[in-house]
Design a binder for this molecule. Structure first.
Ligand SMILES: [Zn+2]
Length: 159
């Protein structure tokens, strides 16, 4: 019989290295807010290098990655569970586009995501988000997702 590898939230202690991450602006507890800080910095730094500092929607060039915001394509409020932190639903944006989300800006955002990830990417976002419906967020799962991001992006330095 296979042993269950699932650790329950109860009794799990978030490690010290994770607790030293500053709190980000999204999330409903400190672990989630730290997860947002990691994802937001990673996406903004990644896109700044990869796309020469351009906003995902209007292509305006930002001077520094810190000047941009980490924007959701599918809105944060309508993303399920861990999908709120899914980096393929996120991109570096200027603050104007991120705060004045209208149809035109949203459309341009989607078109650019298709160029980056392929024509089926917006369908992928919808399908993937559905998979997370009703899923409870667990501290241990968040920490392991951050560990995976660090492994996959060795250039990234924790904030
Ligand atoms: Zn913009």
């Amino acid at each position: 019989m296979k042993k269950t590898r699932k650790v329950q939230n109860k009794g799990y202690k978030v490690p010290g290295w994770f607790k030293s991450i500053p709190l980000g602006s999204h999330g409903s507890n400190p672990t989630q807010k730290r997860y947002w800080k990691v994802v937001s910095n990673l996406v903004r730094q990644r896109d700044f290098k990869k796309y020469k500092g351009k906003c995902v929607s209007c292509f305006r060039r930002l001077e520094r990655w810190e000047d941009g915001q980490c924007a959701h394509y599918r809105r944060y409020a309508t993303c399920n569970s861990y999908f709120k932190w899914e980096i393929k639903n996120l991109a570096l944006s200027c603050s104007y586009c991120n705060q004045n989300e209208d149809g035109v800006i949203g459309y341009a955002f989607g078109e650019e995501l298709k160029r980056r990830y392929g024509d089926k990417h917006l369908d992928w976002i919808e399908k993937e988000n559905k998979k997370y419906h009703g899923m409870k967020l667990e501290d241990h799962e968040i920490v392991s997702r951050v560990e995976k991001l660090l492994e996959e992006n060795p250039w990234f330095v924790l904030p």
